[in-house]
Ligand binder design. Structure first.
Ligand code: PLP
Length: 435
């Protein structure tokens, strides 16, 4: 006869969220929030759950879980059902992502664009009107102007730096359009800072304008793409936004080794977007979610170092005779933009524009001479990247729109990483000598 083994009881120290009534900071919470090691053999780190489906304890449990999936129940899921809806790695990631912005809840996606597409499909219907700031990330602009417009959805835009009066008048035009089409103004969609101009949107003014123009359940939600400064240097829920969007591919992922997206915000809105994600299957996969959990542990370290590096590099570039100017949030020349920055941001970021004296030829010589900085689009990684928007990301933008947005042939876009700052300055110095 063999002895029945005594079941091992895993009792790691419980994860804490407060000490002496004081809430712990996001950087501390990233090491444990949302994960219970007792559910995974005591593993300190969450295992990667590679499964497409989850076994129910009973038929009734299965029914209850499905009521959640189909939107009959709201709030946190009571159990897992199927890999297209959610999984343990994605749920932990969602809990941790929401912490940084002080949001009720979060959803993660297979890319920034799948996050944006899912949000738009969930909140906007035929005959509705979207009001957005401009410019937007090129694919977002394509989605609204060329794809959603095929389904009878209208849009109006205002420039990123718009004043309260300008925002008011665009909202009035959007309301008139919605009355004409029989739809509603469904969404105010912002992106700040705008790419590649770094122009900031006054989210507080947008919130005040929205609240003055609409009442009750007629109020369109305010969503903002916070990829460039979030979640460390800007938390727009504090300025009145209700949904915050991320390309997690950028600073949140931070190592240029994954593609993912996120949305966080008010519970009722997240609860409208989740069922759309369940239907169209835009959730991120467990491996990517696990990589992002690792990335979030160092988010503050990485972003802080990149921000400090960028300040040093920009101080060097600004004083250089071959540099015409900078588009850097740490060195704003416009008083209104500075006022928005002071009310909205806690850091200038590490992505900026540098205007080289000359045109495309001089800019290309500078780019080709760089030795540490890699020639690539994207941003927010550990390594410094440089690109030429007019010839690359914005190549297909018509010339007059490029002129209006200030996308000139001498504009070089730089995302500073976490290398040694003196090495970076030496690299920029030798590359500028080649111009
Ligand atoms: C990169 C980016 C996106 C799109 O994200 P993907 O992860 O590439 O789909 C959206 N908005 C901004 C501001 C971005 O920089």
């Amino acid at each position: 006869m063999t002895d029945t083994p005594t079941p091992v009881r895993y009792k790691p120290k419980p994860h804490v969220e407060t000490i002496g009534g004081r809430a712990l900071k996001p950087s501390t919470l990233m090491m444990g929030h949302g994960y219970d090691p007792t559910l995974s053999e005591g593993a300190l780190k969450p295992p990667i759950f590679l499964t497409s489906t989850f076994a129910f304890e009973s038929a009734q449990a299965g029914k209850t879980f499905f009521e959640h999936i189909t939107g009959k129940r709201t709030g946190p899921a009571e159990g897992l059902v199927y890999g297209r809806f959610n999984g343990p790695n994605q749920e932990i990631l969602e809990d941790r992502l929401a912490v940084w912005d002080g949001a009720d809840d979060a959803l993660v996606f297979s890319s920034g664009m799948s996050a944006i597409s899912t949000l738009l499909l969930a909140l906007v219907s035929q005959n509705d009107v979207i009001v957005h700031s401009g410019p937007l990330y090129a694919a977002t602009e394509t989605l609204i102007a060329r794809i959603l417009s095929r389904f009878g959805i209208h849009y109006f835009d205002f420039p990123a730096g718009a004043t309260r009066d300008e925002i008011d008048s665009v909202l009035e035009r959007a309301k008139a359009k919605a009355e004409e089409t029989g739809g509603k103004v469904a969404l105010v969609y912002l992106e700040s800072p705008a790419n590649p101009t770094n122009a900031l949107v006054d989210v507080e003014a947008v919130r005040a304008a929205r609240d003055a123009a609409f009442t009750g359940d007629k109020k369109p939600a305010i969503a903002i793409d916070n990829t460039f400064l979030g979640p460390l240097w800007q938390q727009p829920i504090r300025q009145g936004a209700e949904l915050v969007i991320y390309s997690l591919t950028k600073y949140a992922g931070g190592h240029s080794d994954l593609v993912a997206g996120g949305v966080c915000g008010d519970q009722p809105l997240v609860d409208l977007i989740r069922p759309m994600r369940n239907v169209i299957g835009t959730i991120c996969d467990p491996n990517t979610a696990w990589m992002l959990l690792r990335s979030l542990e160092t988010l503050e370290l990485r972003m802080s170092r990149a921000g400090e590096n960028a300040a040093k590099v920009c101080a060097f570039l600004k004083a250089h005779p071959k540099v015409e100017g900078l588009g850097y949030l740490g060195d704003i020349e416009d008083a209104r933009q500075q006022d928005i920055y002071d009310r909205h941001c806690t850091g200038a970021g590490s992505t900026f524009s540098v205007f080289i004296k000359g045109g495309e030829a001089e800019s290309f010589r500078f780019l080709d001479a760089l030795k540490i900085a890699k020639l690539a689009v994207s941003l927010g990684g550990t390594e410094t990247l440089a690109s030429h928007p007019a010839a690359m990301t914005h190549l297909s933008v018509p010339q007059e729109r490029k002129d209006a947005l200030g996308i000139t042939d001498n504009l070089v876009r730089i995302s500073i990483g976490i290398e040694d700052p003196d090495d970076l300055i030496a690299d920029f110095e030798q590359a500028l000598e080649q111009v």
